[in-house]
Design a binder for this molecule. Structure first.
Ligand code: UDP
Length: 254
């Protein structure tokens, strides 16, 4: 058995060399971290669920013309993706106040924002992903003004689509984080959506009860993390056929 070469290991995922140039294999771990890695644990089955949930959402986004890195799912924990040059900026899209905006600006959690707000954070674990402005992004050359316009408009389209999709299954999309990358096709450079979309990087509240169905259950020690992720998968209609028993999936890396 040949062992694939890892090219990057993050907190919740590993990227391996793909079978063809320009592709990577994205492996979803069960590791959960919060507060920039200070809090660490394992949530059994999380990787399997996030692989499926992200696949589902990326495929739906492709269907409405939002290009993204997803090519196909390979197995319970892995998906084939396009290799991109990641733009080192996290795009945070907020519909309702929660998390860091509440502490930073003194807003009560759950307050509806006057309109959707986009924030940018510089991707740097050493600096704790600081909030930055468009000025920083363009002045330091992390993205050009044209790229940033494209990123902003794509992020708003993703938000519109996901708001509708989650509303239909009784979930409020409070906020989420996106990452984008560049792909070169011949001489043409395109910005596409990358990373993942899952309860690890979205805040999802039950519409009727406001119960949190996302990573805040882990961050805030609320318990029932795995059940919450399963609930999101179930409402999306993508629970593995064998039910939760199938969620272990394969951990073998070929
Ligand atoms: N988020 C993320 N990765 C990060 C920071 C934030 O996926 O490194 C997501 C987070 O899950 C939430 C949204 O982005 O859905 C807004 O997060 P916030 O800025 O409130 O930070 P947090 O409270 O999670 O520290």
């Amino acid at each position: 058995m040949t062992r694939r070469r890892p090219v990057y290991e993050g907190k919740a995922k590993v990227l391996f060399e793909g079978p063809e140039p320009g592709t990577l294999v994205q492996y979803f771990k069960d590791d959960a971290t919060a507060f920039n890695g200070e809090k660490k644990s394992t949530v059994t089955g999380k990787g399997v669920l996030n692989n499926r949930i992200s696949e589902h959402l990326m495929v739906k986004l492709s269907e409405i013309g939002i290009h993204n890195h997803f090519i196909r799912r390979l197995n319970m924990r892995e998906q084939l993706i396009k290799e991109v040059e990641i733009i080192p900026v996290e795009i945070i899209v907020r519909n309702v106040a929660a998390g860091s905006i509440c502490t930073r600006l003194g807003i009560a959690e759950g307050t509806a924002l006057p309109r959707t707000i986009i924030e940018y954070c510089f991707k740097s674990d050493d600096l704790n992903d600081p909030v930055v402005s468009e000025e920083h992004i363009t002045a330091f050359g992390w993205a050009t003004p044209v790229e940033l316009d494209e990123i902003m408009s794509l992020s708003l389209r993703v938000n519109d689509f996901l708001l509708g999709l989650f509303t239909a299954i009784g979930i409020r999309l409070i906020d989420f984080k996106l990452e984008f990358g560049r792909v070169f096709e011949g001489d043409e450079m395109q910005i596409i959506l990358a990373d993942e979309i899952s309860p690890d990087n979205c805040r999802l509240w039950d519409t009727a009860t406001n119960k949190k169905l996302d990573k805040d259950r882990f961050r805030r020690d609320l318990g029932g993390v795995e059940d919450a992720y399963q609930e999101v998968a179930r409402r999306l209609g993508i629970m593995p056929e064998g039910g939760p028993g199938d969620l272990q999936g394969t951990t073998a890396i070929q």
